[in-house]
Design a protein around this ligand. Structure first.
Ligand SMILES: *Cc1c(COP(=O)(O)O)cnc(C)c1O
Length: 361
C-alpha cells in the first residue's frame, strides 16, 4: 500500500497493517461461514473461538493469573470511571485518587458522585508536567486509583505507588496496556479502552481480581455489575463483536512479533528517537513532560509560538505525518507512538523536525 501515512493520532490510533489486511481478507467470509464476522451470531461456535482466543492471548501476553477475570465491555474507558466506584465502593471507607491529568480529573469527577474521595497527590498546579513522587495511599480505604499513562500531557508512571496490603489498586491503563510488562498481581483492577494500544474503539478491557466481584451491592443494575459479565464470559448481552475480533487479530500479531517484552524494547527506542530531537534542539522544541515522567507512548512538546506550531503540524501533514496537533489542554504538538507505530514513523518524524528547526530557527 503506497498511500498509507504515519498516523500519530492519540486515539483511535494506528493499527498494524498486517492486522488490517487480515481483517480485510476475512471480512466477507469469516472462518468459512459464508458470513461476515459482523453478521454471525455471537452464539455460534465460530464466535466462541474468537472469545476463547482473545482471552487466551490476553492472559498469555499480559500474564494474567487465574484468579483474575478478563472482561470485554462496551461504553469506553470513561464508563469505567463510574463502574469502578459502583463495583468497588465500601460503605464508610473513602476512595483515594492521584490526579495526573485530564483523564484522572474526569475519573475523580465521577467517583465524587459515590462517596468521600481524597486526592492524595496531584500535579495540576504545574500543568500536569510530572508524576508526583513518593505517592503513598492510606490504610482502610475502599480502593486506590491511578492513571498509568497520561495521554494528553505525555507523562507516565515510572514506579508503583505504595499501597497498603489489603487495599486494591485500580489503574486506568488505556494508553499503555501491553506497551511494557506489568505484574497484574500489583493491581486489583485494570481497565483500558482498546483504541490506543490494543485495537479499535468500541471495547474496553477490564481485568479484575475475582474476590472483588462480590463487593457490588445487590440492587445495582445488572449491566453495571462486573460480576454479571464475568459470570457470562462477557456475553451476558451481545458483546461488541467487531472490536473484540479486531483485538484478537492485533493480539495475535503482538504475539508473532515477540510479545510485550519485545515491544517494550521497541517502544524505548522509538521514544528515544523523538526525545533526542527535543533534547538536542537548544530549546526550539520544549518537552512538556519532565524528564523523569516522560511517556513512551505520547511525546508532547511546544514551540515558541502557536503560529510556528501550526506551521509544523501542517508541514508534517504534507509529508504524510498525520495527527501531530497537541491536545487543546496542552497546546503545541503531540506524537502518539503506541505499539503499532513502526520505528520508521518515528525516524521520519525526527528527520522532519530537524529540518523544520533548521528552516525556521
Ligand atoms: C482515551 C482515554 C480514556 C477514555 O477512553 P474512552 O474509551 O474514550 O472512554 C480514558 N483514560 C485514558 C488514560 C485514555 O487515554
Amino acid at each position: 500500500m503506497t498511500n498509507r501515512v504515519f498516523n500519530f493520532y492519540a486515539g483511535p490510533a494506528t493499527l498494524p497493517l498486517p492486522v488490517l489486511e487480515r481483517a480485510k481478507e476475512e471480512f466477507l467470509d469469516f472462518s468459512g461461514t459464508g458470513m461476515s464476522v459482523l453478521e454471525i451470531s455471537h452464539r455460534t461456535k465460530e464466535w466462541d473461538k474468537v472469545m476463547t482466543d482473545v482471552n487466551t492471548l490476553a492472559r498469555e501476553l499480559i500474564g494474567i493469573p487465574t484468579d483474575y477475570e478478563v472482561l470485554w465491555l462496551g461504553g469506553g474507558a470513561s464508563t469505567q470511571f463510574y463502574m469502578t466506584p459502583l463495583n468497588m465502593q465500601v460503605p464508610g471507607k473513602p476512595m483515594e485518587y492521584v490526579n495526573t491529568g485530564g483523564w484522572s480529573t474526569k475519573a475523580i469527577k465521577e467517583v465524587k458522585l459515590f462517596g468521600e474521595v481524597k486526592v492524595v497527590a496531584s500535579s495540576e498546579e504545574e500543568k500536569f508536567m510530572y508524576i508526583p513522587k513518593n505517592v503513598v495511599f492510606s490504610e482502610d480505604i475502599a480502593f486506590a486509583h491511578i492513571t498509568s499513562n497520561n495521554t494528553l500531557y505525555g507523562t507516565e508512571w515510572a514506579y508503583l505507588p505504595s499501597v497498603p496490603n489489603d487495599v486494591p489498586l485500580v489503574c486506568d491503563m488505556s494508553s499503555n496496556l501491553m506497551a511494557r510488562p506489568i505484574d497484574v498481581k500489583d493491581y486489583g483492577v485494570i481497565y483500558a479502552g482498546a483504541q490506543k494500544n490494543l485495537g479499535p474503539a468500541g471495547v474496553t478491557m477490564v481485568i479484575v481480581r475475582e474476590d472483588l466481584l462480590d463487593r457490588v451491592p445487590e440492587q445495582t443494575p445488572t449491566m453495571q455489575k462486573w460480576k454479571t459479565h464475568a459470570e457470562k464470559g462477557s456475553m451476558f448481552n451481545t458483546p461488541p463483536v467487531f472490536p473484540i475480533y479486531m483485538c484478537k487479530l492485533s493480539l495475535e500479531y503482538l504475539k508473532e512479533i515477540g510479545g510485550v517484552m519485545a515491544v517494550e524494547q521497541m517502544n524505548v527506542k522509538k521514544a528515544k528517537v523523538l526525545y533526542d530531537v527535543i533534547d538536542t534542539s537548544d530549546g526550539f522544541y520544549k518537552g512538556h513532560a519532565r524528564e523523569d515522567s516522560r511517556s513512551l507512548m505520547n511525546v508532547t512538546f511546544t514551540m515558541s509560538s502557536p503560529e510556528l506550531e501550526q506551521k509544523c503540524v501542517e508541514g508534517g501533514t504534507a509529508r504524510g505525518l498525520i495527527g501531530l496537533k497537541g491536545h487543546r489542554s496542552v497546546g503545541g504538538m503531540r506524537a502518539s507512538i503506541y505499539n503499532a507505530m513502526p520505528i520508521e514513523g518515528c525516524k521520519k518524524l525526527a528527520e522532519y523536525l530537524r529540518e523544520f528547526q533548521a528552516e525556521n530557527q
